[in-house]
Ligand binder design. Structure first.
Ligand SMILES: Nc1nc2c(ncn2[C@@H]2O[C@H](COP(=O)(O)OP(=O)(O)OP(=O)(O)O)[C@@H](O)[C@H]2O)c(=O)[nH]1
Length: 790
């Protein structure tokens, strides 16, 4: 094996000794910090010292790192080779064997360095593809050897300008920013690798290094390929820092050429060649301190040690600060619980605290920021300034033209044509549904903004006091239209109450809708009957009964003039009304009775066009009708909008703050000390020995006297989440009850819960927790009436 230069350096002067004390420590820290992602480590200020080789493509970065390691294990060649950052951690150990370990293959030792090379290549292909693609995902490799210094080296992809293979068009900027991610940290020592056979003054490596390290305090210039410079030229001036000065100076190296690699020339031979090169070429006489890989290793170690010594105090204080913060957080979780159930209780406690903290944040009880809106204020902003404002801006009649209304009216006339008196309710329903459905998207968006919860829209309540239904709308419409027409009268269905009562037989939601409707419709009928003339007199608009859902809930339309014209009886109407309510779509196909004979006698007409526009020849639509429909839409839409503006935020807030986190029924199998038990239970309101009043005093509707027979040693601790509607858990703790079987039964649960103290459970407690009691009395009563606890 070749004489490893790093090892030679290690055997050198003072720095190696210091390194043995400091660098292994940093390497151990590297291992710990490696478990954090880069961003977290950066956020915690824990970037650790490392050495990154940067430079143009094929400048010789991998060759330099290999020479430092003293082993041949990195993919090298004239084409792009390094396509993923390779974090190479050198670990010096005393055993003679050498091997490599990859982070992605834990526990597997690679003793064959050729295999390490292949593994790097295949891992690169896995992530960056086989066709020259580049990825910023690291490969982490550890080399264990007695011949290396503990040091972390990073081999980065070379800067390239022209995209080849699968490389994206912005490959140059991508690689530059990838490199910057490493070298921007003050903890990083930069090896700026520049080939001597290219224009040194335009070195990509030096340019990038200058950006990251403007004062040059952590950049070492490395000049490669001195052996293949143009005849008659040399890099002496450069190495002396006369061209581009660098505080830490330059080191010139001669690595193996491609031919050397092809012929498997050993590193040892390469080092011998390098030494001969510098000693024979007069241009480099007197520059021994900055020529050769050995010098580079020494320089690197000296600088790295200084750097680590400089960085460690700050690093230590940052780690200490983190440690204190974590210890504080850890202490906040309470004592360590050994048992599984104890850990469960602890976890519940943490979740409870989280929920409470979350609620406090939403409710603005946390410390209030003076800089910006936060927590509930942001939610309020979304509700008011985004959601409500957007809804207010919507014109209910937007996108409904008079033409649309005319079409809807004609459609609602069906085959009867305009010979019957028009009515506004059906077109209104159709159009208002369409308009109201526009409220759905913003409502869902609002919910999405805050919490991914269900948005529920209420039914259309035409009995709303603000809704200008019935004859009111006619009057209003006529005021809007010129010239004013004769006063209108409204026909009231005689059996409206009967119909309404049938509506109540339908589905739950329909029941709700129709019940409200029936009440108001009946009221309306009575008052209208009192104020209106005979129903047989001229009718302008029929009174329609609506109980319809906004989107797809059932609705009912009862149209008196239809029943009169078809001769349907009141009973038939009721039946139809009922069936209409039962299905949302059935209303769309209101049956118009045709016997088979009638159908057969119908004269066959030619097919209507696919799309039917309202006929131009039709007599002009009464503007009153259009105005009525518009007014109905505006009025109803306004009500629904207001209701939605109110209901959606409420619904969201309900799910956001009042939903308890799922407290599962949990049997605390093993006993706990009273203290453990108390800590494990969130916010126990009272826990005492022999004085239950302390406990129950905090529970509403729970009288202490009910527990008067409680054994003097027994205590019942109940948890009542005062911020919520329900008590979430009850726990029974019975310390010092080795001779007592505590049995209790909790109402409202499927299974009675029995609490049996473990034998000899002196000074121990046991308990159960379970979720969601709707009523304190429910569980308090049986507690008091049951066996031992009475
Ligand atoms: N003659 C000579 N050839 C060298 C020297 N250094 C590197 N090379 C050759 O240059 C080519 C590229 O070397 P690498 O070490 O792969 O360069 P790199 O910068 O790591 O390449 P990428 O990772 O692909 O950007 C190889 O063929 C090396 O043999 C040197 O000092 N002298």
């Amino acid at each position: 094996m070749a004489e490893p230069v790093a090892a030679a350096a290690a055997a050198g002067e003072a720095p190696a000794t210091v390194g043995q004390a400091v660098i292994p420590l940093v390497n151990r820290l590297q291992d710990i910090v490696a478990r954090l992602d880069g961003a977290s480590a950066a956020a915690a200020g824990l970037e650790l010292p490392q050495v990154a080789a940067i430079g143009g493509q094929s400048s010789g970065k991998s060759s330099v790192l290999e020479a430092l390691v003293g082993r041949d294990f990195l993919p090298r060649g004239p084409d792009i080779c390094t396509r993923r950052p390779l974090v190479l951690q050198l670990v010096r150990h005393s055993a003679p064997e050498e091997w490599g370990e990859f982070l992605h293959a834990p526990g597997r030792r690679f003793h064959d360095f050729e295999q390490i090379k292949r593994e790097i290549q295949s891992e690169t292909d896995k992530e960056a593809g086989g066709n020259k693609g580049v990825s910023d995902k690291q490969i982490r490799l550890k080399i264990f050897s007695p011949n290396v210094l503990d040091i972390t080296l990073v081999d980065l992809p070379g800067i390239t300008r022209v995209p080849v293979g699968d490389q994206p068009s912005d490959i140059e900027s991508r690689i530059r920013s990838m490199i910057m991610q490493y070298i921007k940290h003050p903890s990083c020592i930069i090896l700026a690798v520049t080939p001597a056979n290219a224009d040194l003054a335009n070195s990509d490596a030096l340019q990038l290094a200058k950006l990251a390290d403007p004062d040059g305090s952590r950049t070492i210039g490395v000049i490669t390929k001195l052996d293949i410079m143009d005849r008659g030229t040399d890099a002496r001036n450069f190495l002396l820092g006369n061209v581009i000065p660098l505080k830490l100076g330059y080191v010139g190296v001669v690595n193996r050429s491609q031919e050397d690699i092809n012929f498997n020339r050993s590193i040892k031979d390469a080092l011998a060649f390098e030494e001969k090169f510098f000693s024979t070429l007069p241009a480099y006489h007197g520059l021994a301190h900055c020529c050769g890989v050995t010098q580079l290793a020494k320089k690197l170690n000296t600088i790295l040690l200084k750097h680590i010594t400089y960085m460690l105090p700050g690093l230590k204080s940052r780690i200490n600060a983190q440690l204190v913060a974590v210890a504080k957080e850890h202490a906040a979780y309470g004592d360590t619980a050994e048992s599984t159930s104890g850990q469960g209780v602890k976890l519940l406690n943490i979740l409870r605290k989280y929920c409470e903290a979350f609620s406090s944040m939403v409710e603005g009880k946390n410390k209030v920021s003076t800089d910006e809106l936060s927590g509930g204020a942001r939610i309020h902003y979304i509700f008011q300034s985004i959601f409500v404002k957007s809804l207010e801006e919507v014109d209910p009649c937007k996108s409904i033209t008079d033409e649309d209304i005319r079409t809807a009216i004609q459609n609602s006339d069906g085959p009867k044509g305009p010979m019957f008196l028009p009515e506004a309710s059906l077109p209104f329903e159709i159009l208002v549904r369409r308009q109201i459905s526009r409220l759905l998207d913003p409502s869902l968006q609002c919910a999405n903004f805050i919490y991914d919860e269900l948005v529920k829209m209420d039914y259309i309540n035409t009995s709303h006091p603000s809704f200008v239904g019935g004859h009111k709308v006619v009057e209003l419409a006529k005021q809007d239209i010129l010239p004013p027409k004769a006063p209108t009268s409204v026909m009231i269905p005689k059996d409206v109450t009967a119909i309404s009562s049938e509506i109540q037989l339908t589905s739950e939601r329909s029941q709700k809708s129709s019940a409200i409707f029936a009440r108001d419709a009946t009221r309306g009928a009575i008052s209208d009957q009192g104020s209106q003339p005979d129903v047989d007199t001229a009718v302008d608009v029929s009174y329609s009964i609506l109980a319809l859902g906004v989107l797809d809930t059932p609705f009912l339309l009862y149209h008196d003039s239809w029943s009169e014209n078809t001769g349907t009886s009141a009973a038939g109407r009721n039946q139809r009304a009922h069936s209409l309510v039962a299905g949302s779509s059935s209303s769309k196909s209101v049956p118009r009775a045709h016997s088979l004979d009638n159908l057969l006698s119908i004269i066959q007409l030619k097919e209507p066009p696919v799309m039917l526009k309202p006929s131009e020849n039709q007599p002009a639509q009464d503007p009153t009708e259009i105005a009525i429909v518009k007014l109905l839409i505006k009025s109803y839409y306004d009500i629904v909008r207001k209701s939605i503006e109110d209901a959606v935020p409420k619904a969201i807030m309900h799910f956001l703050t009042l939903e308890e986190f799922p407290l599962e029924v949990e049997k605390v199998e093993k006993g706990y000390s009273l203290a453990e038990f108390a800590t494990g239970l969130p916010n126990i309101h009272g826990l005492s020995n022999g004085d239950p009043s302390n406990i129950y005093g905090s529970l509403p509707n729970f009288s202490p006297k009910k527990t008067s027979h409680l054994d003097q040693h027994a205590s019942v601790a109940s948890y009542n989440s005062t911020s919520y509607l329900d008590a979430n858990a009850i726990s029974v703790a019975a310390p010092s009850l080795s001779n007592l079987a505590v049995c209790t039964e909790i109402a409202g649960l499927q299974e009675p819960i029995h609490i049996q103290l473990p034998t000899g459970a002196k000074e121990r407690c046991c308990g159960w927790k379970f979720k969601r009691f709707r009523d304190h009395e429910q569980f308090c009563q049986p507690l008091a009436s049951n066996g031992v606890l009475q």
